[in-house]
Design a protein around this ligand. Sequence first.
Ligand SMILES: C[S@@+](CC[C@H](N)C(=O)[O-])C[C@H]1O[C@@H](n2cnc3c(N)ncnc32)[C@H](O)[C@@H]1O
Length: 264
Amino acid sequence: MTSLAYLDQAADAYDCLAPYYDEFTHGYAHEEWIAAIEHRAIELGLVGQRALDIACGTGKSTAPLLTRGYSVVACDISSGMIREARRKFPARPDAFVVADMRDLPPLGEFDLVLCVDDALNYLLSEDELRDTFAGVAEAMSPAGVFVFDLNSLATYRSAFSEVMVREGEGLLFAWRGEGTALLAPGENAEATLEVFAERDDGLWERRTSRHVQRHHPPELVREALLEAGLECRAVAGQLPGAQLEDDADENRHIKLVYFAQHAA
Ligand SMILES: C[S@@+](CC[C@H](N)C(=O)[O-])C[C@H]1O[C@@H](n2cnc3c(N)ncnc32)[C@H](O)[C@@H]1O
């Protein structure tokens, strides 16, 4: 299926948010998070230093890979996010490309494929998940490890059904979760993020970024992986602050972090 067949609601949401994304996610512990992920991937047999960072955004998940010595290709559906990433990593403009993970172009062969921080939750059907996994399987080396996270039910029942306001320097973020504390497995959740940014002339500009995500139940994720020839080797539960635990729990952890490899 070509990406033209899909709605690009995520691209719209992140093109709008791109200049303010790093400020909005200020305080996220990506260094510690990627270190914990890499540690578990090595335990599962990760060898080699070729990494693909799918849905890289402004490069917050890419940076720890670069500092750890990986040779990285990174892609995202949002040209605005890729523009920010290229601005932040001027020595590596070619490393960042605009691409839809549901229809990945040939980008090379990789030992570690990463797709982190909610990205797969923007896929609103199992078909989209399957198409993405099929593309990832093609990009993985024979012993490659694919690591991705998905938001838990607990996250949709809390952050996606709450209101949050945060202030920064010349910035104000207003997050309005439109979900419910009773969200059922496999349902969609929506939220609106209003960004108010002070301009040079002292007036304030307002941008509205709409986020539609889907909760993907673990059993369906495992099935979709298998259909792509991939097998789930482990699922860790993530607590705030990048801490990973062995017993992934939809009702206690904020994210479930999956580790997959080619099926035997
Ligand atoms: C919350 S951001 C995470 C960015 C980065 N991985 C990080 O850890 O900061 C989610 C990203 O997923 C990207 N995304 C959503 N759907 C996508 C798709 N179909 N293909 C590629 N990227 C996608 C968005 O554009 C956005 O940059």
